[in-house]
Design a protein around this ligand. Structure first.
Ligand code: SF4
Length: 351
């Protein structure tokens, strides 16, 4: 990864995150089940997802398109379309409160101010007819009641925080006058205006070229550290999170199939799906030869395969995989894997 220029120190840093409630995590998703009810049937998109996050921590949530990673994030934000989505059961606890039980007015207070989200497509998230400085300032005026002059000053600070060169002189520029990477920085600045304690980044670099991807990832890592935010990075690309994440939750067919700290997972995956994802990352030290891929396609969530949902694609499959749903196995290093042969896959001894 190229080394980015260090971020300027903000003269007025956002308030540090508040402490985790005693005995709990800052954010905790517990046994979440979500289905989509459509004219064609019921799609079980989230099937018992649990994960947690503490201040200053980065969790990467990884999976192919349709694995449920973005739907979980939308449920945390409270922006799921209901219907067709229906939260069947589970809890989303933030600082000890279950967000799913909060009235919409209180939910709105949490959204953006406590937990914020940035999206893949910065261009469509920004309003094309207003200058970016105005858009950042408007958030500050509307939600924090700042005066016009204070909002302008703070907008410059935020643009400097996300390393936009010549920030003060670019306040009057429109979104189309920024490159893709710079637009993503503007959107991150807008999101940081509310000083959230949890930032969810949903595929924040997918639309960008590789060098800019690395710069945005490094920026998010710097901001997380400097502001003590908790960060959830949603991605389909295991390659982009290696240097940034503390832990990785791998999702498949609406379940977390492996959850481990980043080093253990890269060193020796304990689920065949994770192993397949790792083997499909291009490596600079392996020139020539064919890149490995995971055979088959993700399942139709209206007809999830019996037993282990990954069994039609799994090179380790046995009859028990077709008949019995695997539960989470806890391995020696504390990681979990929803595979009957987790230890064998980890040790790479399965037949
Ligand atoms: Fe493969 Fe069986 Fe493990 Fe599922 S339970 S991932 S099919 S080995």
């Amino acid at each position: 990864m190229p080394t980015p220029t260090p971020p300027p120190t903000p003269s007025q840093p956002p308030t540090p995150a508040s402490p985790t409630p005693p005995g709990g995590h800052l954010l905790e998703v517990q046994d979440l089940h979500i289905e989509f009810r459509t004219g064609e049937g019921v799609a079980k998109v989230i099937n018992g997802v649990s994960y947690h996050l503490d201040p200053g921590e980065t969790l990467a949530v990884l999976g192919e398109s349709g694995s449920g990673k973005s739907v979980t994030a939308q449920a945390i934000m409270g922006i799921l379309d209901t219907p067709p989505a229906h939260i069947r059961s589970g809890q989303i606890r933030y600082q000890g409160r279950d967000l799913l039980e909060l009235p919409e007015e209180q939910r709105r207070q949490v959204r953006g101010k406590e937990i914020a989200m940035i999206f893949q497509d910065a261009l469509s998230a920004l309003n094309p007819v207003f200058p970016v400085g105005w858009q950042i300032g408007e958030t500050l005026r509307q939600r924090l009641g700042m005066s016009r002059a204070d909002a302008r000053r703070r907008a410059v600070q935020l643009m400097e925080l996300v390393q936009i060169p010549g920030a003060a002189s670019r306040l009057g520029d429109y979104p189309h006058q920024f490159s893709g990477g710079m637009r993503q920085r503007v959107m991150i600045a807008m999101t940081l205006a509310m000083e959230p304690k949890v930032l969810i980044a949903d595929e924040p670099t997918t639309a960008l070229d590789v060098t800019v991807q690395a710069q945005i990832m490094d920026l998010l890592a710097d901001l997380r550290r400097d502001l003590n935010m908790a960060l959830i990075l949603i991605t389909h690309d295991l390659g982009v999170v290696a240097d940034v994440a503390d832990r990785i939750a791998v999702m498949y067919a609406g379940r977390i199939v492996e959850h481990a700290d980043v080093r253990s997972l890269y060193r020796a995956p304990a689920h065949p799906y994770t192993k397949g994802l790792l083997e499909s990352i291009p490596r600079l030290d392996q020139r020539g030869g064919k890149l490995s891929t995971i055979r088959g396609l993700p399942p139709n969530l209206m007809r999830i395969p019996s037993g282990c949902p990954f069994h039609p694609r799994c090179p380790y499959v046995q009859q028990v995989c077709v008949d019995v749903v695997p539960h989470d196995l806890v391995l020696g290093d504390g990681r979990t894997s929803a595979c009957h042969f987790a230890q064998e896959v980890h040790d790479d001894r399965a037949s």
